[in-house]
Design a protein around this ligand. Sequence first.
Ligand code: 6PG
Length: 290
Amino acid sequence: MASGTIAPFSTSKGPGLDVAIHEFQYQGEANAQVVVYATAKNAAAGLAKSVTEAAAAAIKAKGSFTLVLSGGSLINMLSSVAEAKGVDFSKWWVFWVDERNVPHDSPDSNYKGCQEALLGRVGIPAEQVFAIQEGLPVKQAAVNYEGRLLGLPPSVLPRTPDSLPVFDLILLGIGPDGHVASLFPNRPETAATSGWVLPVSNSPKPPPERITFTMPAINAAKEVVVVAVGDSKAEIVQRVLEVQALPGALPAQMVRPSAGKLKWVLDSFSAQELRLEDWEAGGKAFPRNV
Ligand code: 6PG
């Protein structure tokens, strides 16, 4: 199968949680899943389980787990991670795929939201939580963040042969315009083919100043999970997964880990416009254009 196509691999009912797991391939082996849970609550429980499983596997393999978070509604779905049993939070390293250039105590801060939902309730060492440096002009904030990532040893953050960072797990929300991280449609940051972290000014979603991972940095990860639940995401989920857009028009469509796994976590509401039966029937290029 040519790279860039995605074909049905198998469909199975997962254990508990009333979930349908659809597995696909876009690069020769099964490395893409669309997982549809009955409810948002089940999706949150499934997401929390994926995170703790990825953490256990990474800690076993390299003694550390690097988790990259987004802002938006996703973070509240992670709150049950704090109650999970047997998790070694001392080995976790936490980053943001995008962050607003605001003080840590601002209601707009993704760091603050995560601190309240999860980080403040578990024992991750403070030096392993990579919040944005406060009080810098946005360009410097991006340089500062990238510099701190570059300073991490390969035992925590391995690199690809192209010197891109290999995070263990990146969690992405998706906006109604198809943005992920702070990579918005038809913006120069979205088209960047190198670098790890970029500044964003005049963001179409407020607040206007942000820093964001680049698409190459996202796609170098071991695993990327895109999370979208609820009715309000149904239209964009359908467009991203079933309608091929022009390059850069739907950033979420550019999320394709080059050696890692891709998972979409949906609920029956966000998945309501998808024709997954047609996907299973087969063999069309991805996105489906059904
Ligand atoms: C941000 C976010 C952003 C978010 C999506 C989805 O800083 O604004 O990181 O990319 O994840 O806009 O947000 P919702 O899940 O709240 O719709």
